[in-house]
Design a protein around this ligand. Structure first.
Ligand code: ATP
Ligand code: MG
Length: 813
């Protein structure tokens, strides 16, 4: 084997090579962005297979997303051929968890065809339990509790293990009982939620050491990407599997919480992040703010979700399946587990969702004698980009610290452009992309739009780009979330407007007739339907008639009458009021806004934010009809998949990816760093925001372009913003300050300009530029606190819940 060196090894630098070739014992690759960590993992798999050190089915490889799993499989395939097809255990934590659970379902009280509940079902179920407890669901919303349960599950806590104090905060101390009841209900229904896919696996392993042992001896090699973002449950799960089968199997006495002392003090406990990590992306049903709905869906394949027999998943020589003793181990195998984790503490961005960066710091302790390998050469980005990213992240205190260098050219400086407002920001970016396209075309090549990404901090920022790109006819895709007009709350709001404009729009009417709940139950709706069908009239007409006859019970009848009267009133107002005002009135009077205001779930505020954004987007149209027509066109932009497209996504979902050109809009105080991170977590929050900025910059190969807008309309009100402190932290010599095209640029108007570099070379410490103060005076917002720090005034303006909900990794796992 030494003689003929595999070509894939030659493509590595010495440190990477060491990480690939150190097959025995634990290995931790702790290295910065773009240093080839993922490449190391991929090559390592190829190497293991090539040397015949393990059967493909004896390798457990965990990736962050399904997309990453697919890519990894493909790349390994390039190196070693189709043998990779036999790798059933390459996937996300959840995908692998469900595979294991199906095989042993009976042992934990399920049948192997158990269903995996989407978030909607989960909430419905919890609602029943809350009602059964005679609790006021308005006060103790199911939605909120679903998130609390998710948080507990992320931390590996079964109902018995939930700390009393914490459980007491929900439903007058009934939290624990509800959680237990919920778990029991799931069993009765032969169902599991996403959190269970790991938690129940852990329980299975604990209660059935023989099963655990089977897997321990099966997985000769374990590989984990993005290790810095594993949460407690994932960590516990891994640790169980990574023990040598000879070690006494952990008894039921293993106390989960003890296994990770950090879990009791770490981020998982903090505020809403720990105990209510928003929608864990439980599948397609969660259409609100799921960053990777596609991932969520595919995390569990259709067959898996339906419980189709997975008997072939072991798929390899029988002998290995018999829970065989470790002595069957391949030659050369030592008594230490061959686990290889790669990660970067500077890219830990899921702390709010229960991830524990400390997991990576504990590696040495968990796997004694681990070889820690550092990679220092960045292969992704050009010099200026890397320097800017490194200087930025150096402002964080809580980090291990590392040096990075590139042998690439300096390339283009990081561009920082100020725009007057967010609309100009979108316009400028659209223009830049078109220019790049033109330039590429002149050179005889279509510029690959696939190589361009726009990475936003909060998903409400996406809409303006979507609008602009539709106008320009620029193909785009929104990754990790429904496009703006496809979000549930937007569709609801649009449904109201559609019924006003087109009373015969049955679909729209049906959507909102009982949203918010106004006591029109299934029976009443059925009557409406029957009547409408018989009379061949639209539902609204049927509703108008039935609201004044006595066929319906008084309660639904009155509710219906109220609604029909409202619609009649709104239709009149349509002709007299500006359409934006009408929209506000409708959302208000219908109780729709109030419904979300009262909703205590983490994503409610984000939905309200989106509703405001909707009203704001209407301003661009002359009247309601024009707006609705535009919407129907927008909704219709079908996606041809082969087409090249610009990607729009949140920073959170951009992890691990790379693009030639990366646009980073919205670098303003309050938005980025996000105000709520600062408010709720202080310095730790700021540092996580900075890591996010660092992740954003390091996605770029050749071009990184940052934008900030001096004015941004939020909640329908203009807000003057000051540039993000992160801009100050960029090294001047690697940054070029530009003015937005179009001439109305933020610099010109606000007094920012290239001269913003002070003598020390820091960018933009001139927050007090006259222009800005003028702007503040005019808008009456903002200002400085005593210590001279910029103060971001409006509270809750940028809704973090929204992007929190939305940035949540799905069964990213
Ligand atoms: P991140 O932290 O962002 O996930 P990473 O450390 O996983 O980054 P990779 O994505 O594996 O980095 O690699 C970054 C880029 O550098 C990829 O395009 C990869 O193909 C390339 N690369 C890595 N190692 C080498 C090498 N030895 N020679 C040439 N290119 C390399
Ligand atoms: Mg990677």
């Amino acid at each position: 084997q030494a003689k003929r060196e595999a070509p894939y090894l030659a493509a590595l630098n010495p440190e990477q090579r060491e990480a690939v070739e150190t097959l025995d014992g634990p290995v931790l690759v702790l290295a910065g962005a773009g240093t080839g960590k993922t490449r190391v993992l991929t090559t390592r798999i190829a190497h293991i297979l090539n040397l015949g050190r393990a059967h493909p089915s004896q390798i457990l490889a965990v990736t962050f997303t399904n997309k990453a799993a697919r890519e990894m499989k493909e790349r390994v395939g390039h190196m070693v051929g189709e043998i990779v097809e036999g790798m059933p255990w390459l996937g996300t934590f959840h995908a692998i968890g469900v595979k294991i659970l199906r095989r042993h379902a009976e042992m934990i009280g399920l049948k192997s065809d158990f269903t995996i509940l989407g978030v909607d079902d989960q909430i419905r179920l919890i609602k029943q339990l809350i009602e059964a407890e005679k609790l006021d669901e308005k006060r103790w919303p199911a939605r909120v509790f679903a998130q609390i349960v998710d948080g507990w599950k992320n931390r590996g806590l079964t109902p018995e293990q939930v700390p009393g104090g914490e459980a007491a905060s929900f439903a007058n101390g009934k939290g624990k009982k509800l959680y237990a009841a919920y778990q029991e209900r799931l069993k009765t229904l032969n169902a599991a939620d996403f959190g269970d896919l790991l938690l129940e696996c852990i329980r299975l392993f604990k209660e059935h050491p023989d099963v655990l042992k089977q897997y321990q001896s099966r997985f000769r090699f374990i590989l984990v990407d993005e290790y810095q973002d594993t949460n407690v449950a994932q960590y516990l799960w891994l640790r169980l599997l990574a023990q040598m089968p000879t070690t006494a199997a952990p008894s039921g006495g293993l106390v989960l919480r003890d296994a990770s002392p950090n879990s009791s003090t770490g981020r998982a406990e903090r505020g809403p992040y720990g105990d209510a990590p928003q929608d864990e992306g439980k599948g397609a049903a969660n259409d609100a703010f799921d960053p990777h709905p596609e991932e969520a869906r595919s995390a569990v394949s259709k067959e898996e979700a339906q419980g189709v027999s997975l008997e072939d998943t072991w798929g390899e020589p029988e002998a290995l399946d018999s829970g065989s003793s470790p002595s069957v181990a391949a030659p050369g195998m030592t008594d230490r587990k061959n686990i290889c984790c790669v990660g970067d503490d500077d890219q830990s961005i899921y702390g709010w969702r229960g991830a524990e960066v400390d997991n990576i710091l504990r590696f040495d302790h968990d796997f004694p004698g681990a070889k820690v390998i550092r990679l220092e050469r960045n292969y992704r980005s050009t010099g200026h980009i890397l320097a800017a990213a490194s200087t930025l992240i150096a402002h964080n205190e809580g980090r291990l610290g590392k040096t990075l260098h590139t042998e690439d050219v300096d390339g283009e400086k990081v561009e920082v452009t100020g725009a007057w407002d967010s609309e100009e920001e979108a316009r400028a970016i659209g223009e830049e992309i078109e220019q790049m396209q033109r330039a590429a075309r002149d050179e005889g090549a279509d510029h690959p739009l696939d190589e361009i990404a726009i990475l936003v901090r909060a998903s409400f920022q996406m809409r303006e780009f979507e609008e602009r790109f539709i106008q320009l006819g620029l193909p785009y895709r929104v990754i990790g979330g429904p496009r703006f007009y496809e979000r549930a709350e937007i569709r609801d709001a649009l449904a109201y407007l559609r019924v006003i404009a087109q009373p015969a729009d049955d679909l729209a009417f049906e959507r909102i007739v009982n949203t918010p709940k106004r006591g029109l139950g299934d029976a009443a709706l059925q009557m409406l339907h029957d009547y409408a069908r018989k009379q061949r009239i639209p539902l609204t007409e049927a509703a108008a008639i039935m609201s004044s006859t006595d066929e319906m019970k008084p309660k639904p009848r009155n509710a219906l009458r109220g609604l029909m009267e409202s619609f009649a009133r709104w239709r009149k107002q349509k002709d007299t009021l500006p359409h934006t005002e009408l929209a506000e009135i409708v959302l208000d009077e219908s109780g729709y806004t109030e419904m979300w205001q009262k909703d205590r779930s983490a994503d409610a505020a984000g939905r309200l934010e989106n509703l405001k954004e909707l009203v704001r987007s209407m301003e661009e149209f002359e009247n309601l009809a024009g707006f609705l027509e535009h919407i129907s066109l927008v909704m219709d932009t079908a996606e041809g998949d082969s087409e090249q497209k610009v990607s729009i996504m949140t920073l959170h979902s951009a992890k691990g990816l790379e693009f030639d050109t990366v646009f980073l809009p919205g670098w303003e105080e309050g938005l980025f760093p996000h105000q709520r991170s600062l408010d709720e977590q202080g310095k730790a929050g700021l540092e996580e925001e900075r890591r996010l900025a660092h992740v954003g910059l390091t996605r770029a190969r050749k071009r990184a372009r940052i934008y900030f807008a001096t004015n941004r309309r939020v909640h329908g009100m203009w807000q003057s913003n000051i540039p993000s402190r992160f801009l100050d932290e960029l090294p001047a010599q690697h940054v070029e300050v530009k003015e937005a095209a179009g001439g109305t640029g933020g610099f010109g108007m606000s007094g920012y300009g290239p001269s913003r570099f002070d003598e020390a070379g820091a960018f933009g410490s001139k927050y007090t530029t006259p222009g800005w103060q003028r702007a503040q005076g005019r808008r009456g917002a903002g200002g400085f606190s005593e210590n001279g720090q910029p103060r971001y005034v409006p509270d809750g303006v940028f809704n973090q819940d929204e992007d929190y909900g939305d940035d949540v990794a799905p069964p990213r796992s």
